[in-house]
Write a protein that binds this ligand. Structure first.
Ligand code: NAD
Ligand code: MG
Length: 383
């Protein structure tokens, strides 16, 4: 039996992970779970899976859950408790599926404890990629990507790295692939969250619409596969069937294909190097043709351009971009700023921030805090 710690159990990735567990109850035991505020949903999950631990990072929500819970689950509260369950001696696998920078410390704790980390929280790599990859190496942790593009590349590289020339991330282009820039001015949060292929949380849905998600994924790929920015390509592919490709110097290209459903990616991470059923139906290529591919428009999707620039600058620039993006997206979802302001706020924050090479998690967290303050100040001038 594999003991699973599921960070972000109430989210989109969290729910898909539980649905894979449901298909293989003899293989996986839900040992510990976490969520931020939604104690009602956690109560339902606790009753069904009877985990040893349930963490609510919000203290009031933790009190509510403790009051209502019937199972023998120990309820813990606060952000530090995430690290406790991520590094617990009885934990075998950690699904790191918290959204945003809030997921970083617990992913790092899992790395330091030498666990199998199934990393959906790309922000861990964007903010602290050097520290995180070092912790994985020093502690013999196992890092398996839980992002469809990176899982595709990881799968395509199972034959080794010999002759690898570049990797190519596919991007659906989100809901506005064919919308002219001039029509993006008055986009509402609901329009931005209506992704044509993937059903995801609201923050990552907005990131897909601005293509910041792809930008963060370029940085994620840089760390996961140890490649410089000029060996990482992005191609628009609206059908989301080809999940990414790797190119070799003999003219060969390998791609991984499948229906756009994260359960394939999640089940692969949980069972690697084996494969188990995920509940995702087999792909029927005849139903999905034609498959289209275009070069990205860096003028329309300036968030993608900014992420490439951040990666080339290195160091704190990537964390600054991520922090500014989180603040800007939250303000957009709150109807405080317009869709096209998101990129402007990120660019301004980057311009106003000092650039350095963080050497500790404390410095990463400091930079994140300062960049959030800067982004918030810039937003004040918009409202
Ligand atoms: P979501 O918004 O649906 O769920 C987020 C989870 O994180 C919830 O369980 C929530 O309780 C928890 N959470 C939120 N704020 C928190 C905080 N401050 N402290 C602790 N926990 C907090 O998000 P999602 O779509 O499942 O995405 C999760 C992560 O996976 C993100 O990093 C995202 O980029 C990545 N990802 C998601 C998908 C997808 O298809 N949804 C695909 C690839 C990668
Ligand atoms: Mg992705």
């Amino acid at each position: 039996m594999i003991n699973l710690t599921l960070l972000g159990a109430t989210g989109s990735i969290g729910q898909s992970t539980l649905s894979v567990v449901d298909l293989h109850p003899e293989k996986f035991n839900v040992f510990a779970i976490s969520a931020h505020t939604n104690w009602q949903q956690m109560l339902v999950i606790c009753e069904k899976y009877q985990p040893d631990f349930a963490v609510m990072t919000d203290e009031t929500a933790a009190e509510q859950l403790s009051r209502e819970i019937q199972s023998d689950t120990t309820v813990l509260s606060g952000a530090e408790a995430l690290e406790t369950i991520a590094s617990h001696t009885d934990t075998d696998q950690v699904m790191a599926a918290i959204v945003g920078a809030a997921g970083m410390a617990s992913s790092l704790a899992a790395a330091k404890a030498g666990k199998r980390i199934m990393l959906a929280n790309k922000e861990s790599l964007v903010l602290a990629g050097d520290l995180f990859m070092q912790a994985v190496k020093d502690n013999d942790a196992e890092l398996i990507p839980v992002d469809s593009e990176h899982s595709a590349i990881f799968q395509c590289l199972q034959g080794g790295l010999s002759g690898l020339s570049k990797i190519q991330l596919t991007a659906s282009g989100g809901p506005f692939l064919h919308t002219p820039l001039s029509e993006l001015t008055n986009i509402t949060p609901d329009q931005a969250c209506a992704h044509p292929n993937w059903s995801m949380g609201r923050k990552i849905s907005v990131d897909s619409a601005t293509m910041m998600n792809k930008g963060l994924e370029v940085i994620e790929a840089h760390y996961l596969f140890n490649l410089p920015a000029d060996r990482i390509d992005v191609v628009m592919h609206p059908q989301s069937i080809v999940h990414s490709s790797v190119y070799f110097n003999d003219g060969s290209t390998l791609s991984q294909l499948g229906n756009p459903d994260m359960r394939t990616v999640i089940s692969y991470a949980m069972s690697y190097p084996d494969r188990i059923s995920s509940g995702v139906p087999a792909l029927d290529l005849t139903q999905n043709s034609p498959l289209e591919f275009y070069p990205p428009d860096f003028d329309k999707f300036s968030c993608l351009r900014l992420a490439f620039e951040g990666l080339k600058q290195g160091g704190s620039a990537m964390g600054t971009i991520n922090a500014a993006n989180e603040i800007a997206v939250a303000s957009f979802l709150d109807n405080k700023i317009k869709f096209l302001d998101i990129a402007k706020i990120i660019e301004k924050t980057l311009d106003m921030s000092s650039h350095f090479y963080p050497s500790s998690l404390a410095e990463v967290i400091d930079n994140d805090k300062i960049a959030r303050l800067t982004a918030n100040e810039i937003i004040q001038s918009y409202v």
